[in-house]
Design a protein around this ligand. Structure first.
Ligand code: CA
Length: 224
Protein backbone atom coordinates (compact mmCIF):
# COMPACT_ATOMS: atom_id res chain seq x y z
CA UNK A 1 0.00 0.00 0.00
CA UNK A 2 1.27 3.44 -0.88
CA UNK A 3 2.57 5.51 2.00
CA UNK A 4 0.45 8.53 2.74
CA UNK A 5 1.88 12.04 2.88
CA UNK A 6 -0.05 15.04 4.12
CA UNK A 7 1.15 18.40 2.79
CA UNK A 8 0.12 21.48 4.78
CA UNK A 9 1.16 24.48 2.70
CA UNK A 10 -0.78 27.62 1.83
CA UNK A 11 1.20 28.60 -1.25
CA UNK A 12 -0.62 27.05 -4.19
CA UNK A 13 2.48 26.91 -6.36
CA UNK A 14 4.51 24.97 -3.80
CA UNK A 15 1.57 22.75 -2.82
CA UNK A 16 1.08 21.79 -6.49
CA UNK A 17 4.80 21.23 -6.96
CA UNK A 18 4.89 18.90 -3.94
CA UNK A 19 1.73 17.03 -4.88
CA UNK A 20 2.95 16.47 -8.43
CA UNK A 21 6.43 15.31 -7.42
CA UNK A 22 5.35 13.09 -4.54
CA UNK A 23 2.53 11.49 -6.52
CA UNK A 24 5.00 10.73 -9.28
CA UNK A 25 7.24 9.06 -6.68
CA UNK A 26 4.35 6.74 -5.77
CA UNK A 27 3.03 8.35 -2.60
CA UNK A 28 -0.58 9.00 -1.80
CA UNK A 29 -0.73 12.76 -1.27
CA UNK A 30 -3.28 14.93 0.53
CA UNK A 31 -2.94 18.70 0.50
CA UNK A 32 -4.41 21.15 2.99
CA UNK A 33 -3.90 24.89 2.82
CA UNK A 34 -4.13 25.80 6.52
CA UNK A 35 -3.29 24.36 9.92
CA UNK A 36 -6.80 23.69 11.16
CA UNK A 37 -7.86 21.61 8.17
CA UNK A 38 -4.43 19.97 8.13
CA UNK A 39 -4.87 18.81 11.73
CA UNK A 40 -8.33 17.55 10.92
CA UNK A 41 -7.04 15.63 7.89
CA UNK A 42 -4.28 14.08 10.02
CA UNK A 43 -6.86 12.98 12.58
CA UNK A 44 -9.29 11.58 10.01
CA UNK A 45 -6.70 9.70 7.95
CA UNK A 46 -3.39 9.41 9.80
CA UNK A 47 -0.51 9.94 7.35
CA UNK A 48 2.93 8.33 7.52
CA UNK A 49 4.55 11.72 7.12
CA UNK A 50 3.51 15.36 7.22
CA UNK A 51 5.23 18.08 5.21
CA UNK A 52 4.44 21.22 7.11
CA UNK A 53 5.06 24.84 6.18
CA UNK A 54 6.01 27.16 9.07
CA UNK A 55 4.28 30.27 7.75
CA UNK A 56 0.59 29.44 7.58
CA UNK A 57 -2.52 31.57 8.00
CA UNK A 58 -4.23 31.07 11.36
CA UNK A 59 -2.35 28.44 13.35
CA UNK A 60 1.31 28.62 12.39
CA UNK A 61 3.44 25.59 11.59
CA UNK A 62 5.01 25.48 15.06
CA UNK A 63 1.63 25.12 16.72
CA UNK A 64 0.42 22.62 14.16
CA UNK A 65 3.59 20.59 14.72
CA UNK A 66 3.09 20.63 18.48
CA UNK A 67 -0.49 19.40 18.11
CA UNK A 68 0.39 16.75 15.53
CA UNK A 69 3.07 15.48 17.89
CA UNK A 70 0.60 15.27 20.75
CA UNK A 71 -1.76 13.32 18.51
CA UNK A 72 0.48 10.30 17.98
CA UNK A 73 3.54 9.05 16.14
CA UNK A 74 4.04 10.63 12.74
CA UNK A 75 7.14 11.90 10.93
CA UNK A 76 7.14 15.66 10.47
CA UNK A 77 9.24 17.49 7.91
CA UNK A 78 9.05 21.28 8.21
CA UNK A 79 9.44 23.79 5.41
CA UNK A 80 10.85 27.13 6.35
CA UNK A 81 12.11 30.23 4.63
CA UNK A 82 14.56 30.86 7.41
CA UNK A 83 17.77 29.07 8.12
CA UNK A 84 18.49 30.59 11.52
CA UNK A 85 19.85 28.20 14.13
CA UNK A 86 17.10 29.36 16.48
CA UNK A 87 14.41 28.29 14.04
CA UNK A 88 15.99 24.93 13.60
CA UNK A 89 16.17 24.48 17.36
CA UNK A 90 12.58 25.63 17.71
CA UNK A 91 11.52 23.11 15.08
CA UNK A 92 13.09 20.25 17.00
CA UNK A 93 11.66 21.57 20.24
CA UNK A 94 8.13 21.41 18.94
CA UNK A 95 8.85 17.91 17.67
CA UNK A 96 9.78 18.25 14.00
CA UNK A 97 11.96 15.41 12.71
CA UNK A 98 13.70 17.33 9.96
CA UNK A 99 13.81 20.54 8.04
CA UNK A 100 13.99 21.78 4.49
CA UNK A 101 14.77 25.42 3.81
CA UNK A 102 12.91 27.21 1.03
CA UNK A 103 13.58 27.46 -1.80
CA UNK A 104 14.48 23.79 -2.18
CA UNK A 105 15.00 21.37 -5.02
CA UNK A 106 12.62 18.45 -5.13
CA UNK A 107 15.53 15.99 -4.99
CA UNK A 108 16.63 17.46 -1.69
CA UNK A 109 13.14 17.11 -0.27
CA UNK A 110 12.52 13.58 -1.51
CA UNK A 111 15.80 12.41 -0.01
CA UNK A 112 14.69 13.71 3.41
CA UNK A 113 11.23 12.21 2.99
CA UNK A 114 12.66 8.79 2.20
CA UNK A 115 15.11 8.97 5.08
CA UNK A 116 12.35 9.86 7.54
CA UNK A 117 10.04 7.13 6.33
CA UNK A 118 12.85 4.62 6.52
CA UNK A 119 13.60 5.74 10.04
CA UNK A 120 9.97 5.43 11.16
CA UNK A 121 9.65 2.00 9.56
CA UNK A 122 12.55 0.82 11.68
CA UNK A 123 11.36 2.66 14.78
CA UNK A 124 10.87 -0.75 16.36
CA UNK A 125 14.54 -1.54 15.94
CA UNK A 126 16.31 -1.90 19.19
CA UNK A 127 19.88 -1.24 18.16
CA UNK A 128 21.15 2.28 17.57
CA UNK A 129 24.55 2.95 16.06
CA UNK A 130 26.68 6.01 15.55
CA UNK A 131 30.31 5.82 14.54
CA UNK A 132 31.77 3.01 16.70
CA UNK A 133 29.09 3.47 19.35
CA UNK A 134 26.26 0.94 19.74
CA UNK A 135 23.29 1.01 22.08
CA UNK A 136 20.87 -1.89 22.36
CA UNK A 137 17.57 -0.87 23.91
CA UNK A 138 16.48 -4.45 24.65
CA UNK A 139 19.61 -5.74 26.36
CA UNK A 140 20.58 -2.23 27.54
CA UNK A 141 24.10 -2.96 26.35
CA UNK A 142 26.28 -0.08 25.25
CA UNK A 143 29.59 -0.59 23.47
CA UNK A 144 32.23 1.56 21.91
CA UNK A 145 34.19 -0.57 19.46
CA UNK A 146 34.60 -3.80 21.39
CA UNK A 147 34.59 -2.10 24.75
CA UNK A 148 31.53 -2.56 26.93
CA UNK A 149 30.31 0.54 28.75
CA UNK A 150 28.26 0.51 31.95
CA UNK A 151 25.75 3.36 32.18
CA UNK A 152 23.30 4.43 34.84
CA UNK A 153 19.64 4.71 33.85
CA UNK A 154 19.79 8.47 33.28
CA UNK A 155 23.03 8.23 31.32
CA UNK A 156 21.48 5.51 29.18
CA UNK A 157 18.34 7.56 28.53
CA UNK A 158 20.41 10.60 27.62
CA UNK A 159 22.62 8.68 25.20
CA UNK A 160 19.58 6.97 23.69
CA UNK A 161 18.05 10.39 23.06
CA UNK A 162 21.22 11.56 21.29
CA UNK A 163 21.32 8.39 19.20
CA UNK A 164 17.76 8.91 18.07
CA UNK A 165 18.72 12.36 16.81
CA UNK A 166 22.22 12.00 15.36
CA UNK A 167 23.89 15.21 14.12
CA UNK A 168 21.01 17.34 15.33
CA UNK A 169 21.57 20.17 17.75
CA UNK A 170 19.56 19.37 20.86
CA UNK A 171 18.95 22.40 23.04
CA UNK A 172 19.42 22.19 26.81
CA UNK A 173 15.70 22.89 27.25
CA UNK A 174 14.73 20.06 24.96
CA UNK A 175 17.03 17.61 26.71
CA UNK A 176 15.71 18.61 30.14
CA UNK A 177 12.23 18.28 28.80
CA UNK A 178 12.74 14.77 27.48
CA UNK A 179 15.03 13.30 30.10
CA UNK A 180 14.23 15.11 33.33
CA UNK A 181 10.77 16.57 32.74
CA UNK A 182 9.85 20.09 31.75
CA UNK A 183 9.84 21.71 35.17
CA UNK A 184 13.43 20.78 35.87
CA UNK A 185 15.69 22.98 33.66
CA UNK A 186 16.50 26.61 34.21
CA UNK A 187 19.38 27.17 36.55
CA UNK A 188 20.25 23.54 37.06
CA UNK A 189 23.60 22.22 35.86
CA UNK A 190 22.65 18.58 36.18
CA UNK A 191 22.76 18.20 32.41
CA UNK A 192 26.36 19.42 32.27
CA UNK A 193 27.20 16.94 35.02
CA UNK A 194 25.66 14.04 33.09
CA UNK A 195 27.31 15.08 29.83
CA UNK A 196 30.62 14.98 31.70
CA UNK A 197 29.85 11.49 33.06
CA UNK A 198 28.92 10.25 29.60
CA UNK A 199 31.99 11.73 27.95
CA UNK A 200 34.25 10.25 30.60
CA UNK A 201 32.81 6.79 29.99
CA UNK A 202 32.66 7.07 26.21
CA UNK A 203 36.20 8.42 25.91
CA UNK A 204 37.97 6.42 28.60
CA UNK A 205 40.16 4.66 26.03
CA UNK A 206 41.14 7.95 24.41
CA UNK A 207 38.45 7.66 21.72
CA UNK A 208 37.42 10.83 19.88
CA UNK A 209 34.58 12.86 21.35
CA UNK A 210 31.11 12.16 19.99
CA UNK A 211 28.98 14.44 22.16
CA UNK A 212 29.86 17.98 21.11
CA UNK A 213 29.00 21.19 22.90
CA UNK A 214 27.11 23.69 20.76
CA UNK A 215 27.90 26.92 22.52
CA UNK A 216 24.91 28.85 23.80
CA UNK A 217 22.46 26.21 22.59
CA UNK A 218 23.07 22.68 23.77
CA UNK A 219 24.72 19.52 22.48
CA UNK A 220 24.94 17.39 19.37
CA UNK A 221 26.00 13.81 18.69
CA UNK A 222 28.48 14.16 15.86
CA UNK A 223 32.08 13.64 14.89
CA UNK A 224 34.59 16.26 15.97
CA1 CA B 1 3.43 29.66 3.70
Amino acid sequence: MAERILVIEDEQKIADFLKRGLTYEGFQVDVRMDGESGLKAARDTPPNLVILDVMLPGLDGWEVCRRLRAGGPVSILMLTAKDAVNDRVKGFEVGADDYVVKPFAFEELIARVRALLRRSRTAEDTVFRFDDLTLNVTTREVTRGNRKIELTTKEFDLLHFFLRHPRQVLSREMIYDRIWGYDFGGESNILEVYIRYLRTKLESNGEPRLIQTVRGVGYALREE
